[in-house]
Design a protein around this ligand. Sequence first.
Ligand SMILES: NC(=O)c1ccc[n+]([C@@H]2O[C@H](COP(=O)([O-])OP(=O)(O)OC[C@H]3O[C@@H](n4cnc5c(N)ncnc54)[C@H](OP(=O)(O)O)[C@@H]3O)[C@@H](O)[C@H]2O)c1
Length: 241
Amino acid sequence: MSGELPRVAVLGAGKVGSALANLLTGAGYRVMVAASGAPEDFALVARVMMPDAVPAWAADAAEASDVVVLAIPLHRLPTVDPAVLDGKIVVDAMNYWQPVNGTLEEFEDGESGSSEIVQRALPGATVVKTFGHLTYHELEGDRRPPGAPGRRAVAVVGPSDAAEVVAVMVDRIGFDPVLRSRLELGRALQPGGPAFGTPMNRAELEAVLDRWEDESAPYAHRGEGPEPTEAGVAPSAPVGT
Ligand SMILES: NC(=O)c1ccc[n+]([C@@H]2O[C@H](COP(=O)([O-])OP(=O)(O)OC[C@H]3O[C@@H](n4cnc5c(N)ncnc54)[C@H](OP(=O)(O)O)[C@@H]3O)[C@@H](O)[C@H]2O)c1
């Protein structure tokens, strides 16, 4: 990866996957994108929605990439072969949202954050949680150039080396990355968490995560955030309002 941007695979060619594929190619990344089946099945959609991303089989996209973005429904995670993610930085953009995912017992008990469970399912990968606390509309519409007033912050939670690679992606597509190294803190980003669905600038998001981190472990689901919507994230006011 040294000296050039990492190669990215986006697994999921739906609302979030196509938004991220488009933003990442626009930011200079080489992106392969995959749905659950053959690339020719969504090639037309890809050409229209994310013209600079290359459609591929999921395993081929993952194998050819340094960073793999999971933008699939969480209940579909068992359909991804963990072996193809060994050694990869995996960006977890997924939320557990019962009306869409059905009841998934291990995500119901509140003992672990959803990204901690994803990490356990992908033992050879390094999971970084980000993007899931914004809607795909916000990913496309709230981005700003570096230094722009009201630039929205996006949390990037995971082991430092991997999180720093992902933070560059976040910055290049138009958000201020706020890094935290403990994956448990991803609970603050998921539905019901204080960073979920609420537009914040860097200082505001840092304060929220600091407060969350300062509170006593183990991190519990505290239900401080807005209620999730069907899209997985609550609607929110535009930056600056
Ligand atoms: N929608 C939002 O605003 C939003 C915001 C934040 C986070 N999220 C999270 O982002 C994830 C995706 O949400 P979405 O709204 O984009 O869903 P979506 O529009 O329903 O798209 C899901 C995509 O995942 C693909 N897929 C399923 N299994 C796959 C596999 N094994 N390999 C590769 N691709 C696979 C599907 O392909 P096929 O059609 O071929 O099955 C489809 O392209 C969810 O976990 C959601 O909670 C969503």
